[in-house]
Each structure stands twice: as C-alpha cells, then as structure tokens.
Write a protein that binds this ligand. Structure first.
Ligand SMILES: Nc1ncnc2c1ncn2[C@@H]1O[C@H](COP(=O)(O)OP(=O)(O)OP(=O)(O)O)[C@@H](O)[C@H]1O
Length: 350
C-alpha cells in the first residue's frame, strides 16, 4: 500500500516528534492564520492527534487591522473545523494604537504581542499543554540573516526555539514549499499571505516588516543565486548549533551567578567572583541578575550591560547605574547590589 506523499509524511512526523512527550488525552492548539504554513500544520496535527490520542483544536487571531480581516479569520476557522480540529476558537484582538499605531516596536510588534497574548489566553481557556506555530526553516533562515545584519550575539542568532514554554514549532525543519505541497495534497486552499494582506498600510509603516520582506524577496534569493540553494538550510543550521552552544553558556553563567550571590534581596553579588570569570560568562550572569532584579528583558540594552560590567571590572568609585524598570545597581564594599524599583538603595559607594 502506498504511503502518503513525502512532504505529508515529513509534516506528520515533525508534529509527532515535537509533541512526543505529551500523554494521550493532552490538548493542543494549532495557531492558524489561514496561510500555507499553519494550514499545513493544522492538517498534519489533526491527522497525528487522532492516532496518538491527543485532543487537537485551533485558534485563529483576528488582528482587526484591515477591512475583511474577520472573513479571513472565519475562513481559516472553517478550514480547521473541516479538518476535524475541535474546539476552533477565533480571538479578535485590539492592537494597541490600531492602524498606524506607534508603539515602541511599531504596529508589527504590537500585533505580534497582542497575538501571543491571545494565544496564551486561548491555551489557558481550553487547558492546552501546547500551542503549535507554523514557522518553517525558511522563516528561521530569514530570522538568522536579519539578526546577523543587525549584529547579534549567540542568544539572538539562535533565532526561534523549537520549544519555548507553551509554544512549539514543529516545522522548523520543513521548507515553505513543503507546506504548500501539504496543502495541495489535502485539497486546502491557503489564504494568500494573510499576514501581509490583513496588515496592508499599517505594516508598511513598520521597519521590521519591511526588512523581513526585503530579506525574503531580495536578500535570500540573491544569496541563493550567488552561493547556491544550500545557503538557506545552512543559515537555519547555524541557529540550531548556536542554540546548543548558548544553552551551555547559559548554564555555566547560571552557575557563576549562583556562586556570586551573597544576598537574595536585594540581589547582592560578590564583585571579585564575577571579575575572575570569563567575560562571556560574566556578561550573561550580569544580564540574568538585572532581569532577576526586575529589569524588563526587551529594554535591557548593551549600554546597560556595559555599565554593569564597568562596576565589576572597571570600578573607580563611580555612582549607581540606572537600569530599565527602575532597577538601580550600585557597588559598595566589594559587592554589587541590584535594587528593584521602589526599594531604598541606602548609602554611598565603596
Ligand atoms: N492571525 C493569526 N492567528 C493565529 N496564528 C497566527 C496568526 N498569524 C500568525 N500565526 C501563527 O504564527 C506563525 C508565524 O506567522 P507569520 O505570519 O510570521 O508566518 P507565515 O510564514 O506567514 O505563516 P502562515 O503561512 O501560517 O501565515 C503562523 O504559522 C501561525 O502558526
């Protein structure tokens, strides 16, 4: 008996692998935009879940950013129901600032943040153990290239994680053309790039969306033309290798931080222990310390970490360092104390 077409088999196997730790009866949700990637994911998940005993549903987010977005969402939801997914939730979100909104990261970032909030809420509402996203190997390669172009460390070049909290990305090893083939094999007609179509004018205002489009439409094709098709999987492989290295460095930096802690509240660290460590570990430990003290991750920049580093290795009596989130770092008597917002840091420096 002939098996399924190779791309369909690959998609199913990817879903089975990424959900392999879930017990029978576990509930999962496919985050479906109606585009080829997430529609293929919906089809593969419906098939695999029925055989493995998982309860698979879907969630479609309507960003309400363009006329007709409700119909796009309703169509995606109907396709998910036809595939046998249950329940299928549609969540309409209010993107802060609306069309043309000017949040710190632009409307694209506001839409993404609203979407991830809605996915988390939907998962809680149905008791889902995982939310599946349709990012492919091509998305991963684009992300690596974008981040390389911006100048990034290991953590950033590791790009998207296959599993992070509730979120799982089974298709990071699949090409975009494979998800299109899965849709064709299942007789599914994807919406034409629902992200872009739904976003239209507001998306044009956002630099990150334009940069991604430039990478997708011009930079990667130029690299493929110059260096051959292997460049796309090679970029994605880079992310995978760096993720492993980054995990090791994070674990070692965590051990360094634990060994440097002399008090937990406010977080107080022994400066000599940190100064004796490798700079790659020290910078990670300082970043984690700042986060632990309450600095928001998105706002913590190189300039803040450089100032913390100077308190450890270049101390000459300088005053406190102000970190995002109202956190204040101060060196006194060979110790580095990080005071969360609202706590009185007390006296002078050493
Ligand atoms: N409106 C939405 N509702 C639910 N999930 C979404 C929505 N938009 C994106 N996602 C999820 O995030 C993933 C990545 O979305 P993004 O728009 O960045 O990529 P994409 O390659 O265009 O994906 P797709 O072809 O599935 O739209 C999607 O595959 C899907 O799982």
């Amino acid at each position: 008996m002939a098996g399924p077409p190779p791309d369909v088999a690959a998609a199913r196997s990817a879903v089975r692998t990424v959900l392999g730790d879930l017990p029978p009866g576990a509930r999962v949700l496919v985050a479906c935009s109606g585009g080829a990637d997430s529609l293929a994911l919906a089809a593969a998940t419906a098939f695999v879940a029925a055989r493995e005993g998982w309860q698979a549903g879907a969630v479609v987010v309507d960003h309400k950013l363009a006329p007709g977005s409700g119909e796009v969402a309703a169509r995606a939801a109907a396709q998910c129901r036809d595939l046998g997914l249950d329940p299928v939730l549609v969540r309409a979100v209010d993107v802060r600032g609306g069309p043309g909104g000017t949040g710190a990261g632009g409307p694209e970032a506001a839409a993404r943040s609203a979407r991830y909030d809605a996915l988390a809420e939907a998962a809680t509402a149905v008791g889902a153990a995982a939310v599946l996203l349709g990012h492919t190997l091509d998305d991963q390669a684009e992300t690596v290239l974008l981040r390389l172009a911006r100048g990034s460390g290991i953590r950033s070049l590791a790009a998207m994680a296959p599993v992070r909290g509730l979120l799982r990305r089974p298709f990071l090893g699949l090409r975009r053309e494979q998800t299109e083939a899965v849709c064709r094999a299942a007789g599914l007609e994807p919406a034409r790039d629902p992200g872009n179509a739904a976003d239209g004018p507001w998306r044009a205002a956002d630099g990150s969306a334009l940069r991604r489009a430039a990478v997708r439409e011009r930079a990667l094709p130029a690299l493929v033309a110059a260096l051959g098709p292997g460049v796309v999987p090679a970029l994605a492989r880079t992310a995978e290798q760096l993720r492993r290295d980054g995990d090791l460095l994070d674990a070692q930096a965590g051990a360094l931080l634990d060994g440097a802690v002399v008090a937990a509240a406010p977080l107080t660290l022994d400066a000599a222990t940190l100064a004796a460590a490798h700079p790659a570990l020290r910078s990670r430990a300082l970043r984690t310390a700042a986060l632990r003290a309450g600095a928001p991750p998105g706002a913590l920049a190189a300039v803040h970490l450089d100032a913390l580093e100077a308190l450890v290795t270049g101390f000459h009596g300088q005053g406190a360092v102000q970190l995002p989130g109202g956190v204040e770092a101060r060196r006194r008597c060979g110790r580095l104390a990080l005071h969360p917002a609202g706590t009185p840091p007390g006296g002078g420096t050493e």
